[in-house]
Ligand binder design. Structure first.
Ligand code: DQA
Length: 145
């Protein structure tokens, strides 16, 4: 089983971009942490794009290839009906992650289109949010004993 871990615009700069907000660890660290959290039964496919349409295409691919989606849509969280619609066409669990505590920041970060679909929302736990999200998908997609 594959868990898709999707990352939106500017997250390729994670570790270098506004480290006072997002920390000094990189997307490679996120990938390593997700792999550790996923265990033997789940694969991690971590992807990042600065392009909304690319993220929509990857969500479509997930319909046939992934059991769940962890998504940090970054700025597209607050703007993208297209990503919301794509996620609504995906049947497995979706967990939304924000590294920073968006509700403590500017008002425009308080609204998320993706939250209308997400089965869980994590904000402000730093990179640990991805780990919690992966664990949740593993729990929700584990075969019954
Ligand atoms: C973010 C929060 C968004 O508001 C922002 O645009 C980002 C990252 C986060 O992980 O805290 O790029 O999604």
């Amino acid at each position: 089983k594959t868990i898709q871990v999707l990352n939106g615009p500017n997250l390729n700069l994670l570790g270098k971009r506004q480290p006072e907000i997002y920390g000094r660890e990189t997307l490679a660290d996120v990938e390593r942490m997700c792999r550790e959290a996923a265990g033997d039964r789940h694969q991690i496919r971590l992807l990042q794009s600065n392009w909304e349409g690319q993220i929509v295409d990857w969500i479509h691919e997930a319909r046939d290839t992934a059991c769940g989606i962890v998504i940090n849509p970054a700025a597209l969280t607050h703007t993208s009906v297209a990503i919301l619609d794509a996620l609504n066409a995906f049947e497995g669990p979706v967990i939304e992650v924000h590294i920073s505590q968006v509700h403590k920041r500017e008002a425009f970060r308080h609204h998320s289109y993706v939250s209308l679909r997400a089965d869980g929302v994590i904000a402000g736990l730093g990179l640990d949010g991805y780990v919690a999200a992966v664990r949740r998908i593993v729990a929700l997609t584990a075969a019954p004993a």
